[in-house]
Design a protein around this ligand. Structure first.
Ligand code: B1M
Length: 210
């Protein structure tokens, strides 16, 4: 097995030290940092996402895999040239106003990071105005809204309306998700995409920027 194949396996099994050591060895051997990310760390998280979707892996295992992926990123990311590091698309993620649930949102954010996206996580209970400010400040390609309560789903629509009123709606793709959210609801509020899980969120985000 090559070191690149080994790092994929170590990401999947969540071996933090193993991933860090292999990433360092690959760097020392002169492997291109973006190749380590794409063919090692992201490739590993892609498999994790697919297994999670098929119920072959569960939340704690995904979180451990994401931790291992981050350990590799910490070594490799500072070595990217400016052009390489700024080429990643940016996603702003947050749970909407009135909603404090963040486990799913964090998981989706990690999957997106694992897929090579730059993720700015605003946290929970984020108002429409805060989203608008963040879009103006960070100029993301995508914003991801999470809601776990039926009572906070309307805040997704308010956020989209506020983006329109502020004249920034066309600058971003809006993705929505969370247990009570559906494709039908996403269509109703004019979101650009709906994802039921982190793996689908990654696929949709890739489609948005390609
Ligand atoms: Co809350 N809670 N909770 N809760 N809680 C639910 C959601 C509930 C279904 C429980 C129930 O009654 N059976 C219910 C909602 C009912 C409804 O509206 N239909 C509920 C309630 C009522 C409440 C309170 C109102 C309870 C109270 O105080 N009376 C209160 C509200 C607080 C608030 O937000 N203002 C409350 C509080 C809490 C805790 C703080 C105790 C805790 C949250 C801790 C935290 O997140 N840091 C909590 C928890 C843990 C849950 C349950 C048990 C688990 C949620 C979770 O983390 N799931 C939940 C019941 C359940 O789901 N079994 C429940 C695991 C997570 C990985 O899945 O979040 O669905 P999920 O995320 C998935 C997908 O949905 C998707 O991808 C993720 C990965 O697959 N996804 C996205 C999520 N966001 C996405 C965004 C995307 C794309 C995909 O793109 C942007």
């Amino acid at each position: 097995m090559s070191k690149m194949e080994e790092i994929v396996e170590e990401v999947i099994t969540g071996n933090v030290d193993g991933v860090a050591e292999l990433a360092q060895e690959l760097v020392d051997e002169g492997t291109n940092p973006s190749e380590i990310i794409k063919n090692g760390l992201v490739a590993g998280m892609d498999i994790v996402g697919a297994r999670f979707k098929k119920n072959e892996m569960f939340v704690p295992e995904v979180l451990i895999a994401a931790k291992a992926m981050h350990a590799g990123m910490d070594i490799v990311k500072p070595l990217l040239t400016e052009g390489e590091s700024s080429s990643a698309a940016t996603v702003i993620m947050a749970t909407v106003e009135g909603d404090l649930h963040d486990i799913g949102k964090n998981l989706v954010a990690m999957m997106l990071e694992g897929a090579g996206f730059e993720v700015i996580d605003l946290g929970v209970d984020i108002s429409a105005d805060e989203f608008v400010e963040a879009v103006k400040e960070h100029q993301p390609d995508i914003i991801g809204l999470s809601a776990l309560l039926t009572t906070t789903m309307p805040a997704m629509e308010e956020t989209i309306k506020s983006l329109e009123e502020a004249g920034v709606r066309d600058q971003v793709k809006v993705m929505v998700g969370g247990a009570p959210v559906s494709q039908e609801f996403a269509d109703e509020i004019d979101a650009d995409g709906y994802a039921a899980d982190g793996s689908t969120a990654t696929e949709i985000a890739r489609e948005f920027v390609n």
